[in-house]
Every structure is written in structure tokens, then in C-alpha cells.
Design a protein around this ligand. Structure first.
Ligand code: ADP
Ligand code: F6P
Length: 319
């Protein structure tokens, strides 16, 4: 392949820029031209491409967000939108494409491959909700952002002898809550995969009180409920002073961690290598510390398993 493109799609994630940089520089190193698609699948439909040079990706490795911008584009789910995108790709002489995004974006990548454009997917989402890979790009940075918030909230909670409910992102997947809860020493972790009733939470808080704890942190995934509602219910049912904080989009931004810069750089170079060899319809991941690729359909078929062992460990060390 002589001319490839790269795009970011769906929710942005720290490390996307490091990935774009690696795609551009690895591609140019192999003698290819690399174009950027602006705003994901919307850019394909709107013919919004830009030539990327070695210098156009300078100074971005440390930046969160995505210089290519991103979008959610319902039109690409339609036959008409897909045909327009394919026509635009052909007119621009683009022979292969790297899509950085979540599982929705991978459905789009599958469509592109099926319509004859070799496409490689790179998992980029803070949620870590993609089954075939141990980690997605941006998850580590988001966990560290949450940890920073938990640390600060803990300072004031212990000073005032209060309990704080910290609501983090993750609609269907509790990984952000689970991992940041482990790292932040959360007393209670509430995730969609292992919901807790109010009675169970009250019981845990009562046990903590008996064991001499006078403050604590409850980390709750957004998919498991609303922090302010839980705060009201628990305040009525316990003698604790309870506060709630919804972290929101602060979790999506920020300078990528070392782990996400490493993943982005490795995934990006790996994707270019596949396209260079004429291979498409693959998604890239990391399993047991090894970067690998798998067929898009096979990868998407896998169902994410809840890490019960980690959840149990969190409970054990929260005592
Ligand atoms: P994420 O990639 O973060 O999971 P979305 O689920 O919003 O985010 O998907 C991003 C975009 O991928 C969608 O806006 C749409 O353009 C494209 N997409 C999602 N599902 C499909 C599908 N079934 N077929 C074609 N394109 C899709
Ligand atoms: O998928 C990533 C994510 O940040 C989720 O954790 C969150 O629920 C959602 O995106 C928020 O999306 P929006 O971009 O619409 O605010």
C-alpha cells in the first residue's frame, strides 16, 4: 500500500494522539503517504481529509483528546452513508485505513473492510469495555485521573469524618470503578456487573463503623446508579455524613500516562505494518503483555467477563 488514512471515532481517549503520531511516522518510514480523516466516519462522508506530515504530528504525544477530532455519526450506519464514504476513499486514493475507537467504531471498521477497504481497528476508549483485549487506550490515564480525585476527596472526607460517593464513567462496564477503586483503597465499589442493594451497602458501612473507620470512599460506576440519589438514601438510613461527587468528563481528558503512550505507539506501528503487508479486517489488542491482532468479527464476538477475582480482592483489602 502506498496511501493510507487514520481516524479517531466515538468517545475520545488519552493516547489517541500518540497513536496518530505513530501511524503517521511509521507509515512515512515505510514510504507510504498518510492522510488524516477529520471527525471520524462523518469525515469519510463529508470528504474531510488532510495530508499528515512528520511535522504535523510534532508536539502531540503528550496531549489528551484527538487532533483529528472525533464524532458519533449515525449516517455511517446507513447504506447511503457507507457508499458515499467508500466513494470518497477511492477518489482520495486511500488503500487502507486505521480506525481508533471503541466497539461501535469497530462495527464501522468491519463495514469498511467488507466493502473492500482493508481496515485495522485500534481499541481506544477509557471504559476498557472491549473483551478481546486486556486493556484499551486511555483506560490507564482515566484511572489515574480518578485516583487523583479520590486522593483529594479522601483528605477532606477523613478530616470531616464523612463518606464520599465518587461516581465514575462506565455505562455497562465497571472496570474504571473497579481498578480505580482498588488503587484508591475504596471501602466499597459498586459496578453494574455486581450490583449492591442499599441494605448491603448499609451493612458494609455499619461494619466499617464498628471496626473503627470513621470515613471512607464509595466508588460507583455511572451504569450502577446516580451518586446523589444514593447519597440521599444512605443519609436517611445511616448516621454517616455523606457527600457525592460526579467526576464526569474530567476523566476523558488529560495528558496520557506512560502506559497509554506505550500502547498508542505500539498499536499504531503494528497497524501500519499490517496494512503495509496488505492485511485488513483486523483489530489490535494486548493480552498478557503481548501486542497481537485478531479478526474483527472474531474479536467482537467475545463477551467481556467480569473480573470477580479483582473485585473479591478489593473487598478483602478494604477491611
Ligand atoms: P465507540 O466507538 O466509542 O464505541 P460509538 O458506539 O458511538 O462509539 O460508535 C462510533 C461510530 O461508529 C458511530 O457513530 C457510527 O458512525 C459507527 N458505528 C457504530 N456502530 C456501527 C454499525 N453497526 N455499523 C456501521 N457503523 C457503526
Ligand atoms: O464511552 C466512553 C464514555 O466516556 C462513557 O464512559 C460515557 O458514558 C460516555 O462516553 C459519555 O459520552 P459523551 O461523549 O456523550 O458525553
Amino acid at each position: 500500500m502506498k496511501r493510507i488514512a487514520v481516524m479517531t471515532s466515538g468517545g475520545d481517549a488519552p493516547g489517541m494522539n500518540a497513536t496518530v503520531r505513530a501511524v503517521v511516522r511509521s507509515g512515512i518510514d515505510k514510504g507510504m503517504e498518510v492522510l488524516g480523516v477529520i471527525k471520524g466516519y462523518a469525515g469519510l462522508i463529508e470528504n474531510n481529509f488532510t495530508e499528515l506530515s512528520l511535522r504535523s504530528v510534532s508536539d502531540i504525544i503528550h496531549r489528551g483528546g484527538t487532533i483529528l477530532r472525533t464524532a458519533r455519526c449515525p449516517e455511517f450506519k446507513t447504506e447511503k452513508g457507507q457508499k458515499t464514504a467508500i466513494k470518497n476513499l477511492a477518489a482520495a486514493g486511500i488503500e487502507g485505513i486505521v480506525v481508533i475507537g471503541g466497539d461501535g467504531s469497530f462495527m464501522g471498521a468491519k463495514v469498511l473492510s467488507e466493502r473492500g477497504v482493508p481496515t485495522i481497528g485500534i481499541p481506544g476508549t477509557i471504559d476498557n469495555d472491549i473483551a478481546y483485549t486486556d486493556f484499551t487506550l486511555g483506560f490507564d490515564t482515566a484511572c489515574n485521573t480518578i485516583l487523583d480525585a479520590i486522593n483529594k476527596i479522601r483528605d477532606t472526607m477523613s478530616s470531616h469524618e464523612r463518606i464520599s460517593i465518587v461516581e465514575v464513567m462506565g455505562r455497562n462496564c465497571g472496570d474504571l470503578a473497579l481498578w480505580s477503586g482498588i488503587g484508591g483503597g475504596a471501602e466499597i465499589i459498586i459496578v453494574p456487573e455486581a450490583p449492591l442493594s442499599d441494605a448491603q451497602i448499609v451493612k458494609k458501612l455499619t461494619q466499617f463503623k464498628k471496626s473503627g473507620k470513621y470515613s471512607g470512599i464509595i466508588v460507583m460506576a455511572e451504569g450502577a446508579g446516580h451518586a446523589d440519589e444514593l447519597m440521599e438514601r444512605l443519609t436517611k438510613r445511616t448516621g454517616f455524613h455523606i457527600r457525592s461527587t460526579v467526576l464526569g468528563h474530567i476523566q476523558r481528558g488529560g495528558s496520557p500516562s506512560m502506559q497509554d503512550r506505550y500502547l498508542g505507539t505500539s498499536f499504531g506501528a503494528y497497524a501500519v505494518d499490517l496494512l503495509y503487508r496488505g492485511i485488513g479486517n483486523r483489530i489490535i489488542g494486548i493480552k498478557n503483555n503481548k501486542i497481537f491482532d485478531t479478526d474483527i468479527t472474531e474479536g467482537l464476538k467475545q463477551v467481556k467477563k467480569f473480573n470477580k477475582k479483582l473485585y473479591k480482592l478489593a473487598e478483602t483489602v478494604a477491611k
